[in-house]
Design a protein around this ligand. Structure first.
Ligand SMILES: [Zn+2]
Length: 338
């Protein structure tokens, strides 16, 4: 090693069966829809598991193309990075951003003790599969967990604020930022000075993946690169696919990936990480930019920030920038060459 929401109302439970049908129409009108309105342009329902399997199979192709990709439009023209506009943070800039985080946090509402996300872990042939589900604003993690269990997901667990606060400081925490797991999860250098994570975007313009990649690439010691529907083999680099569809009234975003062993920490498995972004909801009190930035934070090694206005806070919110403590914690995780 070299140093370098509110709770859901019970009546909603009755509508669970509509979830897998990609529900629309009068029968679907309920409180949840008022809290997080459906998107009239969401397109037909897509089974997230079937799509995931398809994307993972496409990852095995050398060029990273996936037949389900959106029309690239202007996205195809975006470069891998914009270090002219989003240069790596310097130590001085990071210190200023951390001070700003601390000032904001002092004035922010206390984290909601009922807020949380849902994590699924399952030992499969590829290793330990881990999924993290972000509930839309207004949906409790317990309610989301019930939906997922009814859909047949295994190893479902609700992860709340209390668990994150119990994490030890050091490698796993900085201020209110938390690592994905403790001991930390990380990408290996694979011969690069800094690990290189290429986000292979397959989504239309409404999902601002480009912007989120450029922001995260400001983090020292780990590099994020943008690609549209193309991720050709590059020794030591890896591809994390980003896809979208209408997955129904469930979560806003899902990160899914593997650890090579039964342990949920240590190096991520090189292949199989996919971010899925749900077209079902119309943003209200949250933004799509926040959702993609949040899921990408998981892909890089971050867990949930316990500051209620942070992009890595459990429930989607209005914050879209990566803050100061998140990049400091990541920079610390990747300060070791391994
Ligand atoms: Zn999350």
């Amino acid at each position: 090693m070299v140093k370098k929401s509110r709770r859901r109302i019970v009546a909603i439970l009755a509508s669970t069966a509509l979830v897998s049908a990609g529900m629309t129409g009068a029968a679907a009108a309920n409180e949840r829809d008022q809290l997080a309105p459906p998107n009239s342009a969401a397109g037909p329902y897509v089974d997230p598991e079937a799509q995931l399997a398809e994307v993972r199979a496409a990852q095995l192709h050398a060029d990273g193309r996936w037949a389900g990709s959106a029309d690239p439009g202007k996205k195809a023209l975006h470069p891998e990075s914009r270090e002219d506009l989003y240069p790596k943070f310097t130590d001085v800039q990071l210190a200023a951003r951390v001070a700003e985080d601390q000032k904001r946090r002092a004035k922010a509402p206390a984290p909601d003790p009922d807020a949380g996300e849902v994590v699924a872990t399952e030992l499969v042939a590829e290793g330990l599969r881990v999924d993290i589900y972000t509930p839309p604003p207004g949906m409790s993690p317990e309610y989301l967990a019930d939906i997922l269990r009814k859909q047949g997901k295994k190893g479902i667990e609700v992860v709340k604020y209390g668990k994150a606060t119990a994490m030890a400081p050091g490698d796993c925490a900085y201020g209110s930022a938390r690592s994905f797991t403790c001991p930390v999860a990380f990408w290996t250098n694979n011969g690069f000075e800094d690990p290189l994570v290429r986000f292979n975007d397959h989504t239309p313009a409404q999902w601002p993946v480009t912007n989120a990649v450029y922001k995260w690439n400001q983090t020292p010691n780990i590099d994020s690169a943008y690609r549209f529907n193309s991720c050709p083999f590059q020794a030591g680099a890896r591809c994390v696919d980003v896809v979208n569809a209408n997955y129904g009234a469930v979560w806003t975003g899902r990160w899914s990936g593997f650890f090579p062993t039964a342990t949920q920490s240590g190096p991520y498995r090189e292949n199989g990480q996919v971010i899925q972004l749900n077209d079902y909801y119309t943003p209200a009190g949250w933004t799509r930019n926040n959702t993609i930035t949040h899921e990408m934070g998981h892909a890089l090694g971050l867990g949930h920030n316990v500051y209620s206005n942070d992009v890595m806070y459990y429930q989607a919110n209005m914050r879209e920038d990566i803050g100061g403590e998140n990049p400091v914690l990541l920079a610390s995780i990747y300060s070791i060459y391994r």
